[in-house]
Design a protein. Structure first.
Length: 255
């Protein structure tokens, strides 16, 4: 996981500037589950900083130093935010916390980076130990059903365009993907075409691998680790979860 994010860290904030649909959900939950919050795979601080701005004490852990360097840049102009945030560079499976958290977040697709079942169980078992007795775990994943029903194409698809924050140059982001349905793995080739002021194009190629989860499978994993599924929603607005839902938002607590 880290090698991919090291390559794309410079683009991450600009590329995901419009990813805000889940922030209201985390705002509501932070108000309901009062106490320290843990953001696993916090990256450049998209959710971390949002919650800190609202006065919450937020902890982050990420195994990519380039992403955390971006987080530090995002915080350097605000001593008040820095006082609310504790972010560490570590492999979450090797790290341990001595305190419990009222709210633990596996935000946008984080669990998909844990491909093997032993690593999934290791992560969720740690989360269970770190979760307060009356706390809540939130897991945000794509709904696997629609993806598995779609037709594969190896042709690159234009995902979005944005400006490189460091140079001001236009970046065209394309993707080409393939799903191994037997292993539930998504292979994505992200292609960043950076167009400089003279029209020359420099290409950055960043392959990535993610794992899909089905609801019944995730429920069993949670139960195996002493957690119980409390709610499941089809979007970050807590809409009904159906087979056609775009997302699978799972709330879990002590089983």
């Amino acid at each position: 996981m880290s090698a991919f994010y090291t390559r794309v860290a410079r683009f991450y904030d600009a590329e995901n500037a419009d990813k805000t649909d889940d922030l209201q959900l985390y705002t509501e939950l932070a108000q309901e589950y009062k106490g320290d919050i843990l953001d696993v795979g916090c990256g450049t601080g998209r959710v971390l900083i949002h919650l800190a701005r609202q006065g919450h004490r937020v902890h982050g852990v990420d195994n990519d130093s380039a992403m955390l360097d971006r987080l530090a840049r995002n915080l350097e102009r605000s001593a008040l935010l820095e006082a609310k945030i504790s972010a560490i560079h570590a492999d979450v499976l090797k790290h341990d916390y001595q305190s419990n958290f009222a709210l633990i977040l596996l935000t946008y697709n984080v669990l998909m980076h844990f491909h093997e079942q032993d690593r999934q169980i290791a992560l969720l078992s740690k989360v269970r130990r770190w979760l307060a007795d009356d706390g809540l775990l939130v897991i945000d994943l794509p709904n696997a059903g629609p993806a598995f029903a779609s037709h594969d194409t190896e042709a690159p698809t234009l995902e979005r365009t944005f400006l490189d924050p460091e140079t001001g140059h236009m970046v065209m982001l394309q993707s080409a993907s393939f799903i191994d349905r037997a292993e539930q793995l998504l292979y994505v080739d992200w292609i960043y075409d950076i167009i400089d002021g003279d029209g020359a194009v420099k290409r950055l190629y960043a392959p990535h691998k993610l794992r899909y989860f089905f609801l019944a499978e995730l429920k069993l994993l949670l139960e195996r680790c002493g957690l119980g599924l409390a709610e499941v929603y089809g979007d970050t607005g807590r809409g009904e979860y159906t087979s056609e839902s775009e997302r699978m938002i799972v709330f879990a607590s002590w089983g």
